[in-house]
Design a binder for this molecule. Structure first.
Ligand SMILES: C[S@@+](CC[C@H](N)C(=O)[O-])C[C@H]1O[C@@H](n2cnc3c(N)ncnc32)[C@H](O)[C@@H]1O
Length: 258
């Protein structure tokens, strides 16, 4: 890493509480350079000043480095496989379910779980938590306002039942919004939840280096009860699942075995 980036990372850890050296460097540095240039800054020291002084530049920086793309029922078949396991295998074993959608972005993933549980009448005995590092996406998650591309996989009957819409957006009903609580959580820096029956953590570890990834898998394992499920993204693989006490039980789903 160049000294300029090292200084900038130390500064962002101190000022913004962001642990940027845990991310894959080539990709991240390219993104930082792009957004820095857009702001008119000519070097990282100048950019840090701008971030400090201008809340919009700060927000643009945070939004750009935390890629926020998400949608309801993302990777539909995998998602259905996960909710099927949740309903058939996990729900009958436990009187109350705690489900955590980590790095949830604007909440589509957490709300998709809520809708699946409601369909099977398990929502009344479930706690669903959505977390992300980025406060802007959490605000959007609580708002429950989505573009049509984000709801394209929602079945028509659910779209009718749980959303209202105008020409621009779909608005999630309060009934589903009430099933999920959102809060800030940094997967690298913060303590993890405990006693979860399922953790969904998709399309975020791809941005992290191997050391951080391994630490996340260990923490996720500690956060799950035995028998609990860990659902990862469609481009992710855990090469040595037994190292973390996981057994593969689905295409991108692991069960905690010990
Ligand atoms: C591509 S989105 C994935 C959203 C959702 N899980 C999905 O698969 O549709 C990645 C999310 O990870 C969040 N993120 C990035 N670094 C994080 C960290 N260190 N801790 C928690 N969330 C993080 C970003 O803010 C972003 O909302």
């Amino acid at each position: 890493m160049t000294q300029q980036f090292e200084v900038f990372y130390n500064w962002s850890k101190r000022e913004l509480n962001l642990q940027l050296d845990g991310y894959k460097q080539k990709q991240l540095q390219r993104r930082i350079t792009t957004i820095m240039t857009k702001s008119g800054a000519s070097n990282l020291a100048d950019y840090a000043q701008k971030i400090k002084q201008d809340t919009q530049i700060k927000q643009d920086f945070l939004d750009y480095i935390t890629i926020n793309v998400t949608e309801f029922y993302r990777n539909e078949l995998m998602f259905l496989e996960f909710t099927q396991l949740l309903v058939d295998k996990i729900a009958p074993q436990f009187s109350h379910l705690k489900i955590w959608s980590a790095a949830c972005s604007t909440g589509a993933e957490a709300y998709s779980v809520a809708m699946a549980l409601k369909k099977n009448h398990f929502h009344t005995r479930s706690t669903i938590i959505g977390t992300d590092l980025d406060l802007t996406v959490l605000k959007k998650a609580r708002e429950g306002k989505y573009r049509d591309v984000e709801v394209k996989n929602v079945p028509t009957d659910e779209l009718k039942k749980y959303f209202t819409h105008d020409d621009y957006h779909y608005y999630l009903n309060q009934e589903i919004k009430d099933l999920v609580s959102f809060k800030k959580h940094d997967l690298i820096l913060d303590r993890y939840e405990k006693d979860c029956h399922a953790i969904i953590c998709r399309n975020v570890t791809i941005y992290f280096n191997d050391e951080v990834k391994e630490a996340i898998y260990s923490s996720v394992s500690d956060a799950l009860v035995p028998g609990g499920l860990f659902f990862i993204g469609a481009t992710e693989t855990i090469y040595n699942p037994q190292k973390y006490g996981f057994k593969k039980v689905g295409s991108f789903i692991y069960e905690k075995i010990e």
